[in-house]
Design a protein around this ligand. Structure first.
Ligand code: A4P
Ligand code: MG
Length: 213
């Protein structure tokens, strides 16, 4: 059986952009997993109450023939290969690389090792913003729409598009273009259109402070 799967990646230790790019390519190398789409990379304020650096986050969509447990084993091997040391971690603290299974088809799983959908999707703008890019119009298996979940977190500040990794997915759907031919913008609920430093409509500095939820 082939299923659609969505994975959330985050990093705030080391060269996060390099780590995330390499991790996406490592995922594509996993037997039984094929990369289908990758969101932009967003700089996001740390969520979870630990004082730490901002994260870079992205979401990938893929097709898999692996069962969720086997896929989790693969993602944890990739985390370890990039130097993640779980023994030294603070919960919701700094991470060299975190890969979360967000959604695997419509499955709901609640085992010691794995919960699906990932239990904190609805609370995390750093997940919902990139997830909506690769799953436009998407919903959780219980029917809650991603757009409604994101709106419920408003106002959302400090999430900024850093770069697109579209070249990693040559067969992906072409992206909508922004007004200047640059990256597409999105609008934070209750505020003006936002884009990265190349596409920001008012040319002002990119805001990095704020809160995710
Ligand atoms: N596990 C259960 N379900 C899952 C699933 N769906 N996907 C189990 C992945 N793992 C799952 O994982 C601990 C155990 O959860 C795993 O061994 C697996 O068996 P974890 O990643 O160490 O921690 P967690 O308790 O799952 O927490 P979570 O929600 O993944 O958060 P993290 O990784 O602790 O959070 N702020 C921003 N802006 N961006 C971030 O990326 N990340 C963190 C780290 C905190 N703040 C952040 C970010
Ligand atoms: Mg995690």
């Amino acid at each position: 059986m082939t299923e659609h799967v969505y994975l959330g990646l985050g990093s705030n230790v080391g060269d996060s952009l390099e780590t995330l790019t390499a991790a996406v390519l490592a995922l594509d190398d996993v037997d039984g997993f094929a990369l289908d789409d990758v969101s932009g990379v967003y700089e996001t304020p740390p969520w979870g109450g630990v004082d730490q650096e901002p994260f870079l986050n992205l979401v990938v969509g893929g097709l898999t023939t692996l069962d969720p447990d086997a896929l989790l084993t693969e993602t944890q091997l990739i985390e370890a290969a990039f130097g993640r040391d779980r023994a030294r971690e603070v919960r919701w603290g700094p991470r060299r690389l975190d890969i979360d299974l967000l959604l695997v088809g419509d499955r709901t799983v609640d085992s010691d090792r794995l919960t699906l959908p990932h239990p904190r999707i609805a609370e995390r703008a750093f997940v919902l913003v990139p997830l909506l890019e690769v799953m436009p119009g998407g919903s959780l298996p219980d029917g809650r729409r991603l757009t409604a979940l994101l709106a419920a977190l408003a106002p959302i500040e400090g999430i900024d598009l850093v770069v697109r990794l579209d070249d990693l997915v040559p067969r992906g759907t072409p992206r909508p273009q922004g007004p200047d031919g640059g990256p597409a913008t999105f609008v934070r609920p209750g505020s003006d259109a936002v884009a990265n430093e190349h596409g920001r409509p008012d040319g002002s500095a990119t805001e990095t402070e704020g809160r995710a939820s």
